[in-house]
Design a protein around this ligand. Structure first.
Ligand code: HEM
Length: 215
């Protein structure tokens, strides 16, 4: 790592280190097809089911690290998504069984379940929550537009306790930057965020195979 990079705030390192992976994730077939209305409510429901499994583990990890020094600025109750996902899933699957976790989701969950350190949590929280607060808002609009979904089924994307998203995201980045990390921990955080993006991409790949576009 160069001296300049070593001095950069963690949030800048994270953004730069994951920019390419972000582009890849955004451009997977599944995401492109879902966002352009070429899939179905069933395909979206399968995504919600993957998110539900993933957030249960992410938020259990949050509970494991909550009492570590500096964790209270990152593990925040207003971010918790698993209750909303449980509601969305119940609504979308109605009386059918919820779609199962794919192999990639099971691998992602297994990784989250083995972590118990703050840089590890920070990497996964950054990847998911800042994503949900950013592109997630666009996803919500597209799901409403293409699949006729209302607030029921999309409550995951509504952070009821967050009034203004842009300043909230800045505050979260500032909390990441305020972490007291040595060089090794910073590197680990960035590597784990890259891994988090790779897990997400793999989930989209699985879903792309299960749900090809209809036209
Ligand atoms: C439909 C697909 C997606 C779209 C349209 C999208 C769009 C965006 C946009 C516009 C931003 C910039 C917001 C800003 O600068 O304030 C952003 C940021 C972000 N997205 Fe996505 N995104 C998508 C998928 C994903 C996925 C799959 C992940 C990871 C699981 C992700 C994680 C993030 C993160 C962590 C940020 C914050 C970057 C930073 O400021 O450090 N996004 N996204």
């Amino acid at each position: 790592m160069s001296l300049v990079a070593a001095a950069a705030p963690v949030s800048t390192l994270l953004r730069e280190a994951t920019a390419q992976a972000h582009e890849r994730a955004e451009n997977t077939g599944f995401v492109q097809h879902l966002m352009s209305g070429r899939l179905t409510v069933e395909a979206f429901t399968a995504l919600v089911a993957q998110h539900h499994a993933i957030y249960l583990s992410l938020e259990a990890l949050g509970a494991r690290v909550r009492d570590l020094p500096g964790a209270d600025r990152l593990v925040r109750p207003e971010l918790l998504r698993s209750p909303a996902l449980a509601r969305d899933l119940a609504h979308l699957s109605a009386d059918r069984a919820a779609p199962p976790a794919t192999a990639a989701t099971r691998a992602y969950v297994a990784r989250l379940d083995e972590l118990h350190d703050l840089p590890g949590y920070a990497a996964h929280a950054y990847t998911r929550y800042l994503g949900d607060l950013s592109g997630g808002q666009i996803v919500k609009t597209m799901m409403q537009r293409h699949y006729g979904l209302g607030e029921q089924g999309l409550s995951f994307y509504t952070f009821e306790q967050i009034e203004k998203i842009p300043p909230y995201k800045s505050g979260y980045r500032a909390a990441l930057d305020a972490l007291d990390l040595d060089e090794q921990e910073r590197a680990r955080l960035v590597e784990e965020a890259r891994a988090a993006f790779a897990f997400n991409e793999a989930v989209f790949t699985d879903l792309g195979e299960l749900y090809p576009p209809a036209h």
